[in-house]
Design a protein around this ligand. Sequence first.
Ligand code: CU
Length: 145
Amino acid sequence: MKKVILSIAVIAAMGLTSCKDNAKQETATETEVSAEMAMADLSFGVRGNCGMCKTTIEKAANGVEGVSSANWDVDKKKIDVAFDDTKTDAMAIHNAIAASGYDTEKATGNLDAYENLPGCCKYDHDMTMNQSGEVKADDHSNNDM
Ligand SMILES: [Cu+2]
């Protein structure tokens, strides 16, 4: 008789622990939903020469709160930025890059910062930004005859 009671107790205990395990597993899957809701992508021209410029420009952009990624293309003289538009805006990113000494499409690079750049980074202020590698297509706007 004791044996039966004991085994009932064991079965009951096993049932309890397995219930607990099931409850634990339910909450693990619902974290990544809100991550992309406020993200904006932006790309614009930034002058620069080399890999060191790339480091400086990207560091400046990434230093703006809300920026999640920045990638400057040395051939195209252009940066791609992803940012949270509830925390910052395009102009703040232009200004941060300009403060590091680099010209963007909308902001002129800070001259003191430019003077302190390494020699190889002293880019030409007449450099074409936002190069696509393509020749601009002819304008077909007045062909309505
Ligand atoms: Cu450089």
